[in-house]
Structure formats: structure tokens, C-alpha cells
Design a protein around this ligand. Sequence first.
Ligand code: AMP
Length: 412
Amino acid sequence: MNFTNFGFDSRLMEGIDASGYEEATPVQQQVIPHILSGKDIIASAQTGTGKTAAFLLPLINKIITSSHDQHTINALVIVPTRELAVQIAQHLEGLSYFTNISSIAVYGGGDGNAFVQEKKALSMGADIVVCTPGKMMAHIKMGYVKLDGLKYLVLDEADRMLDMGFFDDIMFIIKHLPPKRQNLLFSATMPHKIRELARKILHQPEEVNISISKPPEKIIQEAFMVYDTQKIPLVLHLLKKRDFKMVLIFCSSKISVKQLTRELKRHKIPADEIHSDLDQDKREDVLIQFKSGRLPVLVATDILSRGIDIDNIDLVINFDVPHDGEDYVHRIGRTARAAAEGTAYTFVSVKEQRKFMSIEKLLGKPVPKAMVPEEFGEAPSYNPASSAGRAGTGNGGARPKRFKNNSFGKKQ
Ligand code: AMP
């Protein structure tokens, strides 16, 4: 479907053309008409489906074609992370370039200057504010935020926000909004708590379901059964053995991110890290370096597993098994975006085998197992059902296996 079918204002159409969009994506085709007609929405759509433009385009169109109050916030978009706030604000800037829309991203971690700017915009009014919950709540508590004319509320990646413990902050913000408004809720998954949230804040919503909870077929997935001490040597081996241009490595904790980055640097592999201990400037700087291709290896916590739009990553390594199946799909979905192909390796320690098995269940099929090279010594075999994965203890099938073949990519 072409964008002309939505009857958008010509200034917005110019922004769409300039962004290079030709056809509306399925989520855009389904969501945009509902938003234009004033309906509340609950949509299960993951990142990569074009969901951001699916809500930004109709919001921009509504704001620029109606007589709206310039001295209030018209639309509030609440998102879980600073990175996503920055990304959506940039997206918004591109799409609204030929309009007179005013917007600002409000997120934690900025300096005093950012705070002054945010305060100014929030007290004088901005058409669209993209914010993280904690920072927005802090501003609201200070009493100057102009929300009395707000017409639209968007909750993006709502499941992620609830997982991060933002429920109370979100409800605090919502209490300060006019009751008559249009609400749009986007979530990759629809667990019970999201339904509850929806019941609390949405009014007779239209439901749209575009979820892809299976990873794209074009991603080559492999899992290595390893002991914890083999993980860092295996990363080094893989990075040296194959010619990957852009590698994103996920670790489950900040400590392992820091430790692994240190080791990579010690082995002269150009790598850097991103996690919540870094200040905002540093995080943005690292992301820019990575996106531009100047930094080939980025080690990250799950902060980057969702919503971050980086093309051309050819390898994702799960240094630790992700928390659940959805996280796995999100993490490995960072590779093979657009037309490119990608590879995703997951390192599974003995104690992570059960968690990995439940991920395979969600995927509906086993992830092929790759061999650890012989020079690494014994490696555990995959036997998740036995004694919480305590491999190598002499109980038959769980005995450690010595692999004779040290060629990579061969399946067990
Ligand atoms: P999102 O799911 O919002 O993270 O979007 C994923 C990527 O798709 C972003 O780079 C968008 O700029 C891009 N995109 C969104 N809508 C379209 C479209 N209709 N045509 C081409 N690219 C799009």
C-alpha cells in the first residue's frame, strides 16, 4: 500500500519521500487508519516492523492539520531507554522535517544544559515529547510541565517498561494527563500484566497483532556448549578466525561486559562497551562509532537488545544465554536486518542449559550445536534435562565430550 492512500498532508509526504519510504509496512497499513480515525490502539509489534513510523506519521499529520495549542505538550511518547528515546526523536526529526512540528527528547543522564533545555520545552510546550518514564516523572514533580492540552499518549515497548519496573512511574505520569486523550500502546509481547495495563488506560482499543516471535530464517544460528572459563577464549577464537565486520556481543551483566571488553582490548581487538554505568555522552559516542563502522566490535548489556536500529551487523554473540525466548529473538534480530544475512552464536554454560532448552522450545526447533575446537580441551555435552545441566559428572549422557574435529561450524 502506498502512503498516498492515507491522505497525509503534503508536507508530511515530503518527509516520507525524503526518508525513502515507498510502501507502508504491514503494521503501518493496519495501525495508521485506526490512529487517524481517533481510536485507541493496542498493538503487538516488534522493532524492525516499522512500528515507530506507524505511530509517528498519523500523530504528525493530526497535529499539523488541526488547530492545536502551541503552548502545551500535544503528544507524549514514553519509551524504556534513553537510546530508544534518542532514536525515535531522530526518526521524528526526519519525518517531520518539512513541517513546523516542535519536539524534544527527555531522558536521564544528560548534563545541566540538557536539563535547562528540557525544562524550557516542557514549560513552554512542545508538539511531541519523547521521554523515559523516570526523567519525565522528575520534571512533572517540579510542577512546570504543561500537560493540560495533551491529546495523545504513546507507550512504546510497554512490556520492556514493565520488566524494567516502570509501572508506577508510568501511572504517575498518566495521572497528570487530561482524561480525554487518544492512547496507543505498543508491545512486543502481550503477557497478562500488559493486558492489565491496557485495561487501566485504554478506551475500547482496536487490537493489532503483527508480532514475529520467531527469528528470521536468514539468520544462521549456532550454539556452543562450553564451560564458563572457555567463553572468553572462544570469543577471541571466533573473532580471529572469521572475517566479521560488525559484531555485537551481549552479556547479561555489566561486570561481564567490562571483563570481556578488557580482554578483547588486551588482545588488540578493537572493541568497546555499552551499559548503564556509562554517562549519556559516552553511550552516544560509542553507538555512533559502532554504527559508522569505525568500531567493529561492541559489547553490550541487554540495553541494546531491543529497539535499536543498526543495520549491517553480521554477527551477534550471546556470551550468556538470554533471559527468555523473546530476549533471544530480540538479541539475534540485531543481525540480518534489511537484506543482509547474519550469524548468531550462543554460548551455553552448563548451568544455562535448561534456560537454553526453554528458548529452543519457544523457537519450536533446536538450535544447531557447533563444536568447540579441540585445543579448548573437554567441553560439556548438551543434556539440559539431567540434574540441572551438571555435565561431566559421570552420569552417562552428561559426560564431557572431547571433540576431535576442530573445524568450526560443524554440527554435533
Ligand atoms: P522500527 O520498527 O520502527 O524500528 O523501524 C525499522 C526500520 O524500518 C527503521 O530504519 C525505519 O526507518 C524503517 N522503516 C519504517 N517504515 C518504513 C517503510 N514504510 N519503508 C521503508 N523503511 C521503513
